[in-house]
Design a protein around this ligand. Structure first.
Ligand code: NAD
Ligand code: ZN
Length: 360
């Protein structure tokens, strides 16, 4: 399957399928990635043992020079310190302007390697090889970043890849909790944009959780294409793109209050999406909107209630610090129906607080 992401004048393909990495070199050749300059693969300690060797070997055989760096698995690798190590490695290895940086891994490696690609000698080519379900989200839109100790994703730029190679067979080794969390973002794409896709996710929950290759490929393609449609209409996050934040205002507050690590991002936004639907019902939507949203998320084994040990005041405080706050008014993404949301730029904090209390 090939999906073309169009962003302004630029476009790039997302190839999705089983076993693509066996033919990785042919994709590189097709996109005129030169054999004269070294390739730089950035991956992590969980991904490398499964896939790095094959990728390196296949590229070597085709005549490419490959250098690899394996960073520690986890969010802490999205740091300026690790970024600097990658730069050191790139310089020592003699990467030049015609080199390509390759992200082999999930969103962490994607964001880190993308930021390296965007800034090395003011920008070199970038190829994404996502190995998580969540990365269907991060591989579209061109946002790349590292974290500052005071705030996530604070140091970043936009840098689009040359192509995305999504080999669904790499998902087989993903821990089930990561599978569920990644599927939360897939369901989100249905909930914000496409009722039919939300229903499809609901009906295919079992096959998706079982990583059935065809079902997964369709779901990933649809998820990527929905995100692509949204960001191509609003590449620099002025307005429409905000709908991608469904469940994220509360989700981020839960992640921050619980301490990063207790909840995976997808789990936290699942609670956030259930909360947004409850808020909609409080504001007058049909009660079935909440029960349906909750039921769909629970089909994926995702959490939908506020953890009892989290203090409402703390969660509210964390939300107030969220960057989606503008001029004292709370911006909130609220569902209208399954597959439709609106941006409320003037949401009452008391209504949100009430929802958080009721979500326990
Ligand atoms: P991740 O990259 O940390 O991967 C999750 C875990 O799975 C890690 O432990 C990783 O080592 C492991 N893993 C990855 N692939 C594997 C495989 N095939 N087999 C076994 N283990 C594997 O996290 P993620 O959920 O993919 O991404 C989260 C990151 O993405 C966050 O940093 C977030 O900020 C970022 N993100 C970016 C965007 C964007 O637009 N740039 C969008 C959403 C999320
Ligand atoms: Zn998210």
């Amino acid at each position: 399957r090939t999906l073309t992401v169009e962003l302004g004048e630029r476009s790039y393909p997302i190839y999705i399928g089983q076993g693509l990495l066996q033919n990785i070199a042919s994709f590189f050749e097709k996109h005129q990635i030169t054999k004269k300059s070294p390739l730089f693969i950035i991956t992590d300690t969980h991904v490398a043992p499964h896939y790095l060797n094959d990728v390196e070997t296949n590229l070597h055989k085709a005549g490419y020079t490959v250098i690899s760096a394996v960073v520690e698995s986890g969010e802490q690798s999205k740091s300026l310190a690790v970024y600097e190590q990658m730069m050191t490695k790139a310089i020592e290895a003699g990467l030049d302007r015609s080199s390509t940086v390759i992200a082999l891994g999930g969103g962490v490696v994607g964001d880190l390697a993308g930021f390296v690609a965007a800034t090395y000698m003011r920008g070199v080519r970038f190829v994404q090889i996502p190995t998580t379900i969540l990365a269907h989200d991060s591989s579209v839109g061109g946002k790349v970043a590292v974290n500052h100790p005071l705030a996530k994703n604070m140091i970043g730029v936009f840098h689009q890849p040359v192509m995305v190679l999504y080999d669904t067979s790499t998902l087989q080794t993903l821990p089930i909790r990561e599978v569920r969390a990644g599927l939360a973002e897939m369901v989100k794409h249905g909930l914000i944009w496409d009722e039919a896709f939300a229903r499809w996710c609901d009906q295919h929950a079992e096959d998706l959780l079982a990583l059935d290759p065809e079902t997964l490929a369709y779901g990933l393609e649809k998820g990527c294409s929905i995100k692509a449609q949204i960001v191509s209409r609003d590449e620099r996050e002025n307005d429409l793109r905000a709908i991608l934040n469904l469940g994220h205002t509360l989700g981020h507050a839960i992640e921050a209050t619980a301490g990063y690590g207790e909840f995976l991002h997808g789990e936290a936004i699942s609670i956030g999406m259930a909360g947004a639907a409850l808020l909609a019902v409080q504001l007058g939507a049909d009660p079935s909107l909440y029960t349906e949203t909750k039921r769909i998320l629970e089909r994926f084994g995702l959490p939908t209630v506020m953890p009892k040990h989290l203090d409402t005041d703390q969660v509210m405080n964390a939300m107030m610090h969220d960057k989606k706050f503008k001029e004292g008014n709370m911006v909130y993404i609220v569902p209208k129906a399954i597959g439709q949301v609106y941006i409320d730029t003037n949401m009452k904090v008391s209504a949100v607080r009430n929802m958080v209390e009721r979500l326990k």
